[in-house]
Design a protein around this ligand. Structure first.
Ligand SMILES: [Zn+2]
Length: 211
């Protein structure tokens, strides 16, 4: 079973990916991890990727896809895999579809972890971090004092409401065409309500998969 995950920033996709994979008894596969492993193991594609990185260039989709395809052909992913952050654009979705087809497999489902934008803004805006020791806090006002070191708590620029709305708009613009593309291919696309207890969200995702 090959599952592709999407989620708005702040919707908890990164938390859900390993929980879902554990429940299904399959590994998660993330582009960054596979890329680092290919470089560490000095595979031909790993060497090619490193060449781009050493020159300060982005590793092209074709090389990334090759590395992912290799991982999808290995015994560790024979039972299935949860792909986290591997597909972000339509060309990447198309490339992945071709790669898995060549392996005699298919993407079985796309899960989208979704939360109302206002809730995400509320959630992320309630995060503060100590400017001295970097301890994160939830539900503490900027300007209050760190329990650990007495430093001042501040809100990250990234977590300011305006910055969050901007990130959400970028996500929407990038992701909507990809989800449409999957629907046109006849792939199951399930939206999971990601509000509430972490365990409940995992349960909802599993039931959407019929697992
Ligand atoms: Zn502190």
């Amino acid at each position: 079973m090959i599952i592709v995950l999407f989620g708005k920033p702040g919707a908890g996709k990164g938390t859900q990916a390993p929980l879902l994979a554990a429940a299904l008894g399959v590994p998660t596969l993330a582009t960054g991890d596979e890329l680092r492993a290919a470089i560490r193991n000095d595979t031909p594609l790993g060497r090619e990727a490193k060449g781009y990185m050493d020159r300060g260039d982005l590793v092209p989709d074709s090389v990334i896809l090759g590395i992912i395809k290799q991982a999808l052909g290995e015994p560790r992913t024979a039972k299935g895999v949860v792909l986290d952050g591997v597909v972000r654009t339509v060309p990447q979705a198309d490339g992945l579809a071709n790669a898995v087809k060549e392996l005699g497999k298919q993407v079985d489902a796309v899960l989208v972890f979704d939360i109302d934008d206002d809730e995400i803004v509320r959630r992320l805006a309630s995060r503060t971090v100590c400017e001295k020791c970097q301890t994160p806090y939830t539900g503490r006002e900027p300007g209050t004092t760190c329990d650990k070191c007495g430093g001042k708590l501040v809100r990250r620029k990234d977590d300011e409401p305006e910055a969050i709305r901007n990130r959400l708009a970028v996500y929407q613009k990038q992701t909507a065409p990809v989800l449409d593309w999957y629907k046109k291919q006849g792939t199951k696309v399930a939206t999971i309500d990601a509000v509430g207890d972490v365990k409940d969200v995992t349960t909802r995702a599993l039931s959407a998969l019929g697992a």
